[in-house]
Ligand binder design. Sequence first.
Ligand SMILES: C[S@@+](CC[C@H](N)C(=O)[O-])C[C@H]1O[C@@H](n2cnc3c(N)ncnc32)[C@H](O)[C@@H]1O
Length: 296
Amino acid sequence: MEIAATAIDKVLTDLVSQPDPRWKTLAADRQRKQIQAELNSSAPKDGMMRVMTRMQFQEAPDLVEIDWESELATFEQIKYPQYYLQPFHSVLGGYLSERAAVGNRVAMEAILENAHPRKSLGVREEIAQLFPEDARQILDLGAGIGDDAAAIARRLPNATVTAWEASPFMIIVGRHYHKALPNLRRQHGLAEKTALPDNSVDALNMTYLLHECPDEIKQLILAECWRILSPGGLLVVTDALPGDLYSYRGFFEPYKEQWLKIDPDKLLREAGFIKLKAYQFAYSTWTRVGSKPAAA
Ligand SMILES: C[S@@+](CC[C@H](N)C(=O)[O-])C[C@H]1O[C@@H](n2cnc3c(N)ncnc32)[C@H](O)[C@@H]1O
């Protein structure tokens, strides 16, 4: 008797048979093994399956017009640290792939589908409300396609909002999503090494960035935030609740164990931020707002 493939078989086959990433330097064989090991783990995969199922029902962007070769050719190569060159979320190539970038909005909408009435875009609008009206230079670090940055730019038309992102793929897709926002800029680079002058930014945002980084890089990013923020400047951080992140087994998350130990208040306080305020815009996330001391 022939047994019909189950939905999970189809998802697993799709995840292990992805084509080689466009950037051949990415050690595709090693990454395939990492994805396979995560998929073969005995942990339940129901969280991942729910997200993958919901992803099929999200409005998908029409991105066929992207000419990847010519758009990628406009970026300067940056030297990527090893921690970044991993198959995040079981996508071959990780963030340096079309699949991660094209799927970014769809995945976030699926993950936050029942967590906020307006899904991920609703959470982003709530985050945008936290930024002060008088901020002029705002940075969104690890911005992905820039949905937070766009929400902030729409709310504060007098501010310049820069979506700072290490993946050219994300920047390219983001440009196609947010074409008509004159105060939204994009910058290709690492969050821990912005090379911006001290005290030059009024407010900073980071959403779902820190859990993707090893502990020492989390510290470096927060130190960089403190350095570039002007005295009295605001830092807004949103990320996954540790247990929720851990439940998405099947999606390769290299730092999920480290994330289980995270204490958002301690993290920000130890980095020098004060006047911490806590928000929760979706049941699966936490948000903290902190300030750099005015006299710093
Ligand atoms: C989970 S995604 C979140 C994207 C976006 N902030 C959002 O809320 O949808 C993490 C993003 O951070 C970027 N990223 C990871 N490490 C980075 C680093 N060190 N510097 C800059 N961007 C980084 C990745 O390329 C990816 O686009």
